[in-house]
Write a protein that binds this ligand. Structure first.
Ligand SMILES: Cc1ncc(COP(=O)(O)O)c(C=O)c1O
Length: 425
């Protein structure tokens, strides 16, 4: 069966033919390739067409697809341990790895996704502070938990959904929306609601409105205001963790978070998540404390094995991998800007290590969500179709990131640039 036939058949059984909205390419107006296999930086669809993959499962595959060490860890573990719903040594190893290697993590709780990690961290912050409100920033995405579906990024933004039907107004009445990189706006929110703010949750390097890095002064103001009003600061590092640097975005700022959430890379491509932080806060979780959060599959042995194999390999080769990814990213960024200039394509690129976004805008720089909204989606759609038709797999949205892995090569970058050079407005 060809891609189209499989996809159309799937729409009979699954809403929109997908298990996560952005995969459907609805905003682009085409059907997506149906992917059969992947090795390294290359994926192959059901028709046998190859693509150099810059989506990497939306971030997780930093080692590339089906890395041999990760595959071995999964196979070996599955021989004897699939799921127990009981304590295992694998959990200890993963928890120890995270606490030993990440500066602000003294204790962790494993979960099954980024949504679960961030939603649970918010519950813990509310339980700990005994306050109700949260601040999130317009354009940031923290998963599909009710309280986050206001002015969210990622698929919510791609499909122009400001929130979501099915989310009762009561569930978002305690969600305050801040403006990313706007200190005055943040102060205003704390002035007005400071006594009841449990936490601020932020993507320190945003990836869900396209890549935008929070400014140092903004982060410092955020920390000061949280301290002044007794609110917790939560870094959502689901995307940036182990991606922008081994220690994540936390290592790029002087400011330290109280809680941090992870998923994507830490699971090596399997369903995984974690949240962690100061021991004194984490011990409020049941059973040591009274904030309830649980999961049948949390800390699953195969997931832990895949995650540990991934993280240990990254740690062992960290210099080589992050240098390589940075160099390839730099080449791509410079090359794309040069081509765009020659061709008169309006383009700004924001890059943080191995994640970057092409913003098709006439602005000189993109620093806020309002800047992002100036992008020309028609140009994006044309560009996307051109790249995909020529074997370059990128996320089907102006508001997502392009990812690089340790498996990408100079040739892959050259092919990206060559393909972009034949794109006509
Ligand atoms: C920053 C951030 N937080 C949370 C999530 C939700 O993670 P998941 O899709 O694993 O639930 C995402 C997903 O892309 C994300 O990028």
């Amino acid at each position: 069966m060809d891609n189209k036939t499989i996809f159309h058949e799937t729409t009979k059984y699954m809403p929109g033919g997908v298990n996560s909205p952005v995969r459907s390419y609805k905003n682009i107006g085409i059907t997506p390739p149906v992917i059969k296999s992947g090795k390294g930086a290359v994926i192959i669809d059901e028709e046998g067409k190859e693509y150099i993959d810059f989506v990497l499962a939306w971030g997780p595959m930093l080692l590339g697809h089906s890395d041999e060490d990760v595959v071995r860890a999964i196979k070996e573990t599955a021989e004897n341990a699939i799921a127990f719903g009981a304590p295992t040594k694998a959990e200890l190893e993963m928890a120890k790895f995270l606490c030993d290697n990440l500066e602000n993590i003294e204790m962790v709780r494993m979960v099954n996704s980024g949504t679960e990690a961030t939603m649970s961290a918010v519950r813990l912050a509310r339980g700990y502070t005994k306050k109700n409100k949260i601040i999130k920033f317009a354009g940031c995405y923290h998963g599909h938990f009710d309280g986050f579906l206001v002015e969210a990024g990622s698929g919510v933004l791609t499909n122009s959904i400001p929130g979501s039907p099915g989310v009762p107004t009561d569930n978002i009445k305690n969600t305050l929306i801040g403006e990313y990189n706007n200190i005055e706006n943040l102060k205003g929110l704390f002035d007005k609601y400071g006594d009841d703010i449990a936490c601020v949750v932020i993507e320190p390097v945003a990836g869900n409105m396209g890549v935008i890095k929070a400014e140092e002064e903004f982060m410092e103001a955020l920390r000061e205001l949280c301290d002044k009003y007794g609110a917790l600061l939560i870094f959502d590092e689901v995307m940036s963790g182990f991606r922008v640097a081994f220690e994540g975005a936390q290592s790029l700022y002087r400011v330290k978070p109280d809680l941090v959430t992870y998923a994507k890379i830490m699971g090596g491509g399997l369903p995984c998540g974690a949240y962690g932080g100061k021991k004194e806060i984490m011990e409020h979780l049941a059973p040591s404390g009274d904030v309830y959060q649980a999961g049948t599959m949390s800390g699953n042995p195969i997931v832990m094995a895949a995650g540990l194999a991934t993280l240990s390999k990254i740690k062992k080769n960290r210099e080589e991998y992050y240098n390589k990814i940075n160099c390839l990213g730099d080449k791509l960024e410079k090359g794309l800007l040069k081509i765009a200039k020659e061709k008169g394509i309006p383009l700004v690129i924001n890059r943080c290590g191995g994640m970057f976004t092409l913003f098709f805008t006439k602005l000189k720089e993109v620093k806020t969500y309002n800047d992002v909204k100036t992008c020309d989606s028609e140009i994006f759609i044309k560009y996307f179709k051109h790249m995909l038709a020529n074997g370059i797999n990128i996320a089907p949205s102006q508001f997502e990131a392009i990812f690089l892995s340790a498996a990408h090569t100079e040739e892959h970058v050259a092919k990206f640039l060559k393909t972009f050079s034949t794109f006509e407005l």
